[in-house]
Design a protein. Structure first.
Length: 233
């Protein structure tokens, strides 16, 4: 999913997503420990901030009231580090809040921005460096085992095939939505490499501290960092 026009720095500086059976990331890990496993991470889209005032530098975040998908520390603490005032709002309340300018912007992805025609309300969207939206696909581990070795193997193989198709579809869909956004007068902003690095350097320690607080999450976080280092191109 690499784009030569965007920074290739890899760091876990924020996470957002819909976690089946869980309200937040900690709840999701509890669910996994209780017998549910992730079949595929379902990486959906880079996260973007839609804002009335364009965000091009780290300094531009300061003082902006930004809607987040929830109030979990992993969602709000990295943004606080760059001076954002997080506002937790359901998606249904975000659009009127943007219209009335009771918030300055919101965290989301280009597909819902286009679907809800947010380009009629605000034009600039800025990629949050090294931050992705995930929609993991999960299954009950006991149920998987109940299928028997042959069927379980088939399910896992089909999930891996579907993951590739899902990723390819997402890349194409994101590019198509970006074009629709621009055709409707919207602007898509990628922060400069220097500003992206400044953002990552500021928020990575915050995220690392949050992810390391839970021993199981810390173990998985360190494994992910090791994999990123091994396969980074």
């Amino acid at each position: 999913m690499a784009d030569p026009g965007r920074t290739q720095a890899i760091a876990i500086v924020g996470m957002a997503g819909r976690f089946p059976g869980s309200l937040d990331l900690d709840g999701f890990w509890r669910t996994i420990r209780e017998g549910v496993e992730v079949l595929t991470p379902g990486l959906y889209s880079p996260l973007m901030i839609l804002s009335h005032k364009a965000i091009r530098t780290v300094a531009d975040f300061h003082g902006q009231k930004i809607r987040t998908q929830g109030g979990a520390p992993i969602q709000v603490e990295p943004l606080k580090k760059v001076g954002v005032i997080p506002v937790s709002l359901p998606l249904g309340e975000a659009l009127p809040a943007m219209q009335n300018k009771t918030i300055d912007g919101m965290v989301g992805a280009v597909a819902p921005y286009v679907a809800f025609k947010y380009y009629d309300i605000a034009k600039p969207v800025t990629f949050l460096p090294a931050t992705l939206f995930a929609a993991p696909i999960v299954a009950n581990r006991a149920w998987m085992k109940s299928l028997g070795p042959e069927l379980e193997k088939i399910v896992r193989e089909e999930v891996r095939k579907a993951e590739v198709l899902f990723a390819d579809y997402n890349v194409a869909d994101i590019k198509a939505k970006e074009e629709i956004w621009k055709k409707n007068g919207g602007e898509i902003i990628t922060m400069s490499p220097e500003e992206s690095k400044r953002y990552v350097d500021l928020v990575t320690p915050v995220t690392a501290q949050l992810l390391s607080a839970n021993p199981k999450v810390k173990e998985d976080y360190e494994a992910l960092l090791a994999a990123a280092k091994k396969y980074r191109q």
